[in-house]
Design a protein around this ligand. Structure first.
Ligand code: UDP
Ligand code: UDP
Length: 476
């Protein structure tokens, strides 16, 4: 364990941030860290070792070298003597479980922090483990929740739903919640219908963690999810739920140039006309099958619009950091997409099989629309950039988030489009038509632009999210 205090001693509260595995989870914590640094806080970042992808390790080291005033606490995870649980196929879940089992090691690190800590902001999964330690140390616990407010009742009420199988039934049309609109059953992540699934079991521990937190910080702003926030905060429809505090959208932080991924897409993007390019990215993983990738390629070409496509063909990001792999990968991608799509590469479109800097892409004035799987980071980045979303959710919380996108006016959602390969193939012609319609919708673009303005107002001095952070900091 290393506990190396560095840099400026700002005199504000000292806050430890404890994100979980995977950078999709970590990114909001890094963003919050930079916001709190700007509010004169001292920040300690707890980083579990080893990480599961080299991309995650690279992103952490890039962050720490850009913000050397952040103190790092390394939590060396206990070895797993039994080896990985064969029931766990996603490495992220394996890591969540390993972090949970190792959390007690944090206690001496937290109690000896210098200067003493004022609070810990933790991920939901780690929170149930860390809560008793914080009670002993008289430290307040906050949870930073990394998805939509609309998804939260499903987690908070999960133990109740699981105790009555008729309420969580895959053959019913909706799942009902007291005093909230029902969720269509297709929007429920399928593992939740299996009480024995490791994901379900982990989520079921979340409610006790919520109850022990002083507040749950939400990466959204008041106006964006107003009705659900009102139901949960003012109408108190879920008993014992601490206040939900919208403090977002957590804005992208400055990345040091030499550490951001390189790519010729940047030059290409710079030279495209305003609002002319549709950006396509389904997050950091590979949620769609080969046949759907091929249809999407046809659709992009058929839409008649310019496109930038961040194409992920594998779950691990490791190789994507490796420049020497580029050549082989280009060939693989060319073969996968076929010549009609490949022919456009560098002309009317760009297909990137390596990592793109999505914050930067969305900030570019040439981007006129974003075809997204609606991972919550992507949604908050679209709202921050004021770019309209064509929602194409696949799994997890994404369909619930897509509903939020639609209800807020940030985007549109073709509900019939399936959750990937198992659920029917959406053909290229249909995709092309929909993308064309989406890109021509100036009213939608205007609404998204207004949401971008509201998002910025919320986080600027005097805005609702800014003031909420001020109140939290004053209470510490
Ligand atoms: N990331 C990054 N630079 C990279 C690779 C990844 O900043 O070169 C970050 C990125 O911003 C995103 C995250 O990594 O938030 C996604 O990675 P990962 O698949 O590890 O996380 P997951 O979404 O699966 O939890
Ligand atoms: N991202 C990126 N470049 C890529 C793919 C993803 O910067 O090529 C970032 C994106 O900006 C977002 C994160 O990775 O911050 C993905 O998180 P999200 O919650 O949207 O989806 P997940 O990957 O967790 O499914």
């Amino acid at each position: 364990m290393s506990n190396c205090a560095r840099g400026d001693m700002s005199g504000g509260p000292h806050i430890a941030l404890f994100p979980n595995a995977g950078m999709g989870n970590r990114m909001p914590y890094l963003r919050l860290a930079t916001i709190l640094l700007g509010r004169r806080c001292r920040i300690t970042l707890i980083t579990p070792r080893p990480t599961i992808t080299t991309a995650e390790a690279a992103a952490i080291s890039s962050f720490l070298s850009t913000y050397p005033e952040v103190n790092q606490l390394e939590l060396h995870l206990l070895p797993d003597n039994n080896g990985p649980d064969p029931a766990i196929t996603d490495p992220h879940f394996f890591q969540f479980a390993r972090i949970s089992r190792s959390t007690h090691l944090i206690r001496p690190m937290l109690s000896s922090a210098s200067p003493p800590l004022s609070a810990v902001i933790s991920d939901l999964f780690a929170a149930s483990q860390i809560a008793p330690i914080l009670t002993d140390l008289h430290l307040p616990l906050y949870i930073l929740f990394t998805t939509s407010v609309k998804f939260l009742p499903l987690i908070a009420l999960l133990p109740k739903l699981l105790s009555d199988p008729s309420r969580l039934n895959p053959s019913s049309s909706d799942v009902n919640f007291p005093c909230l609109p029902p969720l269509p059953v297709q929007s429920i992540p399928p593992p939740l219908f299996n009480p024995g699934h490791v994901f379900t079991q982990m989520l079921a521990t979340a409610f006790p963690a919520f109850q022990r937190a002083k507040a749950i910080l939400m990466n959204t702003f008041e106006e964006f999810e107003k009705s659900t926030l009102t139901a949960l905060n003012h109408d108190r429809i879920i008993e014992d739920l601490p206040p939900l505090l919208p403090i977002g959208p957590l804005r992208p932080y400055h990345k040091s140039r030499e550490l951001t991924p390189k790519g010729d897409y940047k030059t290409w993007l710079e030279s495209q006309p305003v609002d002319s390019v549709v950006y396509v990215c389904f997050g950091s993983k590979a949620p769609i099958g080969v046949a759907q990738i091929q249809e999407l390629g046809k659709g992009l070409v058929g839409s008649g619009f310019r496109f930038l496509w961040a194409l992920k063909t594998k779950i691990s990001l490791d190789d994507e950091y490796n420049d020497k792999d580029q050549e082989t990968k280009s060939e693989d991608v060319r073969e996968l997409l076929g010549d009609s799509v490949w022919h456009e590469n560098g002309r009317r479109g760009m297909v990137m099989s390596s990592w793109v800097d999505q914050d930067e892409v969305l900030a570019n004035s040439s981007i006129g629309g974003f075809v997204s799987h609606c991972g919550w980071n992507s949604v908050t980045e679209a709202m921050w950039a004021g770019v309209p979303v064509l929602a194409w959710p696949h799994n997890g919380d994404q369909r619930v988030n897509a509903q939020v996108v639609e209800e807020s006016g940030l985007g549109v959602w073709v509900k019939e489009w399936g959750m990937g390969s198992g659920n029917g193939l959406v053909n290229g012609e249909e995709i092309g038509e929909k993308i064309g319609e989406f890109m021509r919708d100036e009213n939608l673009r205007e609404r998204a632009r207004k949401i971008g303005e509201e998002a910025r107002k919320a986080v600027d001095a005097g805005g609702s999210s800014h003031e909420t952070i001020t109140k939290v900091l004053k209470s510490l």
